[in-house]
Design a protein around this ligand. Sequence first.
Ligand code: FAD
Length: 411
Amino acid sequence: MDTQIDDTELGDVEVADFRRRVAEFLEANCSRAGDRSGTVGDEDPEGVATARAFQGAMVDAGLGGLRFPTEFGGAGLTKRHQELFNQEVQGWYLPNMPLSISHGMCLPMLDQFGTPEQKARFMPDNISGASIWCQMFSEPGAGSDVAGLSTRATRDGDEWILEGQKVWTSGAHYCDYGIVVARTDATLPKHQGLTMFIVDMAQPGIEVRPLRQISGGSGFNEVFFTEARVPVDYQLGDLGQGWNLAVAMLMFERVSIGAGGGSGLNADRSPGLIVAAQALGLGDDPVLRQGLADLWIREQIKGYISQRIRAAVTSGRVPGPEGSLAKLYGSLLARRVRDVSMTIAGSAAQAWDAEDSEGSRWATACLATAGISIAGGTDEVQRNIIGERVLGLPKEPDPYKGAAWESIPRS
Ligand SMILES: Cc1cc2nc3c(=O)[nH]c(=O)nc-3n(C[C@H](O)[C@H](O)[C@H](O)COP(=O)(O)OP(=O)(O)OC[C@H]3O[C@@H](n4cnc5c(N)ncnc54)[C@H](O)[C@@H]3O)c2cc1C
């Protein structure tokens, strides 16, 4: 039975009790510092196992999937509990980065668009970390223009057959399930002929090939579908509604990247950088001090943007273009963090001793920063969205508007 309680205001005692429960859990299971140098997917098997175990402990403590109903594996608590949790967790390092996409994007999609059967089947294991999920949108010929994607799904009795290729799929090499968008009708305009599916990554017909990044990590993958069969009841949302669902999922992604939905990359960096600068005797450098103060101020602003957006997500609303504002702000801030970090690290970030894991960590973080401006839609694409949907500027011209996808020339 669903034991979700009313979203009425909590009393002072309840608030204090809940804060104490969260604080005790954080003390017992988390640290104040952690390695935040990589991107989602970079983790080794040990890091993935740690994330699963950590999430299991969250669930055991009654803190997993806080605002999701107990019948679907959540804690059945309220939006207010989620807000309190978000506040308490500030400044802590949670070893859950491999779950960022699973929880930041796939879980809200299952919650908002899944059938009752899909929710009952998939949400408990997703919430507990027993299954980890990835997102498969981008293709070699469709990144910013994801609506132009070519992966096909053809109906065959009680199944759909997937054919095609995805790329840049973070974490696919350790994921158990994925959410994929595929073209189910090529005769319709590109935005209309798409449908979303849940895919079991371990099934025949799916091949995952890891890619090597400039940062040295290997978090991305190519995913090939060769006659991969998907049961009809794994369709997520209505037939032909894939674009609307994809937009919702991209907004969850932008919120997750821009507003710090679990990714270590979004933790405030200025406190750690100040400590590092002081340890290296750079605490009196006026230009560096100015740079650090600037970062601190911008991190506070990011915190307020995050708060506003988390409130929207927590209330169960699919975020609108404010997700693009958060994402753009987050990626511009990440570049500033990178520049200040490199000033502090100096040459040690370019050429470090084999034994110097710190130098390697700074370099990895620096190289991984560029990806933040690309993942979840590039800075240019966010600016387009903000221009059109917030500022009301004219839309980009599209010479093929309304044309059947199959009639549009593509490479
Ligand atoms: C760290 C990271 C993680 C990722 N994880 C995933 C994942 O898990 N799943 C997934 O599906 N994808 C993932 N991606 C892929 C990501 O979504 C795409 O890389 C992104 O959407 C851009 O697509 P593209 O690389 O094909 O570049 P393109 O779309 O080819 O863009 C190339 C350049 O053209 C510019 N451009 C394109 N169109 C316009 C326009 N209309 N106006 C102005 N400029 C434009 C872009 O800004 C960019 O500078 C990830 C990427 C990164 C970096």
